[in-house]
Design a protein around this ligand. Structure first.
Ligand code: RNT
Ligand code: ZN
Length: 421
């Protein structure tokens, strides 16, 4: 166990170092309270969900691994999330998919209603959480041929349009009930494995479907809509209807949130560089922070350069109010509860580190054309003692410091997870 007194001592020293730069660490610790991260519920059960009629995972995404302890029902999933959240400082949000409905009957996707999510709202209230939502346009017989909102068959398109409308009503319900705006994010798997002849028609159909979905008026006080682009999926390697250009244009023309999933771009493409441009034209964006290893593999978020650069962009331009931060990963090869803790804490650490940077000073060097100082100092600040501030932040929030959380997860694994079949 990390000693409380050593955390406090290290914090005092770090506080002095940052004060020399004009950075007030106490103030930044308070600012961290504004960071609510949307935790993906689907990490807990490999995106299985709790529909009564079971559907295999489809849509060109894949979960690999067979670590024991997967949540088998809503109660277990909630318990696992509570366990994870108890090891993560701050107040956060939970991101639900439509397939996580809380009901005894089989309800098809176009029939979902707020009442099917009332159990989640009660749970969110009890735990002081916000809720976000996603229509599930995959893992269903009507998406089996790889198309949903851009399907050539009008009847199938209508089914998914109704599902998305029903989903927005659930977002609205969350927002109203919790007094905290929900974000409902539309992602569809639509695309072709091989080269299409007609790249236009599916996009015309998608545009038309989205227009229909959004004719339903919903107060943005309760629900905000986001649209998520993708580069390719398994089985949609050659063409994706909802490409980046498609949704950037759609979001711009229709005042929707653009969802940037950090795994949905070319491996060498800089996602962080898209934030200043999109927020110059759009009011708000949604992030799906994930880690892609060679492909869009949705590994648990690591504290790496890619994460830090995305987060620095948000903080350096003071965009925190306009960026909804969500995570998106699903790894079944490690303890699933630990996966949440690792991904959430890493993201928070990156935010704290970015907040500790003396941005005004660096911008001043830049505006004076002193690029030597800019580079020299940006490099120096990378290794400033931010971790001492992070430890203290955890201590202050009565959450484990350093790796102490792991022992608690191991206990939970032994007492709860390994007792599941
Ligand atoms: C898929 C998208 C999408 C999903 C989740 C489960 O490539 O990233 O966001 O991961 O909705
Ligand atoms: Zn995503």
């Amino acid at each position: 166990m990390v000693k409380k007194s050593s955390v406090e001592k290290a914090y005092q020293l770090a506080k002095e170092r940052y004060a020399e730069l004009g950075v007030d660490t106490d103030q930044i610790i308070e600012k961290m309270d504004n960071l609510a991260i949307s935790m993906p519920c689907w990490q807990g059960d490999d995106i299985s969900g709790f529909e009564k009629s079971e559907h295999a995972l489809s849509g060109g995404i894949d979960v690999t691994g067979n670590y024991p302890g997967k949540a088998r029902n809503i109660l277990e999933l909630r318990n696992d999330m509570e366990e994870a959240l108890s090891l993560i400082p701050g107040q956060h949000r939970v991101n639900l998919h439509a397939i996580y409905l809380d009901t005894d009957q089989a309800v098809d996707r176009d029939e979902i209603k707020p009442e099917h999510f009332a159990g989640w709202v009660d749970w969110a209230k009890e735990n002081g959480l916000g809720l976000d939502f996603n229509p599930t346009c995959f893992s269903h017989p009507k998406s089996d041929d790889g198309f949903t909102l851009s399907h050539p068959d009008q009847e199938i398109r209508d089914f998914w349009i109704e599902h998305c409308q029903a989903s927005r009503k659930i977002g609205e319900y969350f927002g109203k009930e919790l007094g905290d705006t929900a974000v409902t994010n539309i992602w569809i798997p639509d695309g072709y494995k091989d080269m299409p002849v007609d790249r236009l028609a599916p996009r015309q159909r998608l545009k038309d479907s989205l227009d229909k979905i959004f004719t339903q008026q919903i107060d943005s006080k309760y629900n905000l809509d986001a649209v998520e682009s993708k580069l390719f999926g398994i089985g949609s390697e050659s063409y994706v209807t909802g490409s980046y250009d498609f949704y950037l244009s759609y979001a711009l023309q229709n005042e929707k949130l653009l969802c940037l999933d950090t795994g949905h771009f070319h491996p060498t493409e800089d996602v962080y560089d898209k934030i200043s441009t999109s927020l110059l034209y759009l009011d708000e964006i949604l992030l799906h922070i994930t880690r892609s290893v060679r492909w869009d593999s949705d590994h648990v978020v690591a504290f790496d350069d890619k994460l830090n650069k995305v987060v620095e962009e948000i903080i350096r331009s003071d965009f925190l109010d306009r960026v909804h931060v969500g995570l998106d990963f699903f790894d079944a090869s490690i303890n699933r509860t630990a996966a949440w803790v690792i991904g959430m804490r890493n993201t928070q650490k990156a935010f704290l580190k970015a907040m500790l940077e003396p941005v005004a000073q660096l911008k001043e060097f830049e505006s004076r054309g002193d690029f030597t100082s800019r580079l020299a100092l940006m490099e120096e600040y990378k290794t400033y003692p931010f971790n001492a501030v992070w430890d203290y932040y955890c201590l202050k929030n009565e959450t484990p410091v350093g790796s102490d959380w792991l022992a608690e997860i191991k206990e939970y694994e032994k007492n709860v997870l390994l007792k599941r079949d």
